[in-house]
Design a protein around this ligand. Structure first.
Ligand SMILES: O=C(O)CCC(=O)C(=O)O
Ligand SMILES: [Fe+2]
Length: 273
């Protein structure tokens, strides 16, 4: 069956999200899935949570089971494309960049651009959001924690863009003891720091302003396996050239490798931005 033929008709949006079995029903689009799931949430209350928690939100259930199952399958399929990094004292683990996702997992690229998803994120953040430019290898990416000690130390997801940068994390696979530890309000001198810790189960969501949430992923133990998917959205996609260089160097060293990050610049500069 072609992708086109598998697309759900608009009427599928109204099907009860819990209906089983799924095999008999045509696969829906990521956009329709998100529209259905977010329509069932108490979005006014969630927006209040996001604000009260200093631009942070955690939902243990967000993505529809079908879409989550797709992500799990794709995360396993993309394992041969993992780029591993080791930065003593800061980070150890694997990543798959948006460029590799574009080539091998268009479902994820489609989910990233889902109008329903972006609309819901705008509702939560109170900002107009844009997708990251095509040259940003971090726009959407998979993180893999597959070996003992894989982790990322305390950090912010600093925005090198002219505007704010929001991080959305989706749990994909979590056969691990890894936790997302975080501290709220660290950049707000009028509020006491508030520590917290969550695991992100498959289909669970974390959303935050990258410059506001201090966070880390605790080290994986032997024989554990964790995959999370990150989506980044910005309020202004402009970036000063020297910050672009810093951002690219960080992505090359800490995440995706120099080939992934600089290949567009090296292959004739067609997409130079
Ligand atoms: O693996 C995760 O869930 C988040 C990783 C992270 O915080 C990062 O790479 O900036
Ligand atoms: Fe982070």
């Amino acid at each position: 069956m072609t992708d086109q033929a598998m697309r759900a008709s608009a009427s599928d949006v109204t099907l009860p999200g819990t209906s089983q079995p799924h095999a008999a029903r045509a696969a829906s689009t990521p956009d329709a899935d998100v529209a259905r799931e977010t329509a069932a949430l108490d979005n006014a209350a969630l927006r209040e949570d996001f604000v009260r928690q200093g631009a942070f939100l955690y939902l243990d259930k967000f993505l529809a089971p079908d879409a989550t199952a797709q992500l799990i399958r794709l995360a396993r399929e993309l394992q041969p494309h993992i780029n591993r990094n080791y930065l003593p004292g800061h980070k150890q683990g694997g990543s798959v960049s948006r460029h590799t996702i574009d080539e091998h997992a268009p479902f994820i690229a489609e989910l990233y651009r889902s109008k329903a998803l972006i609309g819901w994120l705008e509702q939560m953040t109170g900002d107009r959001l844009q997708v990251c430019p095509a040259t940003d290898p971090h726009a959407y990416a998979l993180y893999y924690y597959t070996r003992e000690g894989d982790h990322i130390g305390w950090h912010y997801d600093t925005s090198y863009y002219d505007g704010r940068r929001y991080t959305m994390l989706l749990g994909v696979i979590d056969e691990s003891s890894c936790r997302l530890d975080y501290e709220l309000h660290t950049r707000d001198k009028d509020r006491a720091d508030e520590p917290g810790s969550v695991a992100i189960p498959p289909g669970g969501l974390v959303l935050f302003d990258g410059d506001k949430l201090r966070h880390r992923i605790t080290p994986a133990r032997a024989n554990e396996f964790r995959v999370s998917l990150t989506f980044e959205y910005v309020t202004d996609p402009g970036m000063r050239p020297w910050l672009r260089l810093i951002s690219n160097m960080k992505d090359a060293v800490a995440y995706f490798g120099f080939r992934q990050v600089f290949r567009r610049l090296l292959s004739g500069g067609k997409n130079r931005a």
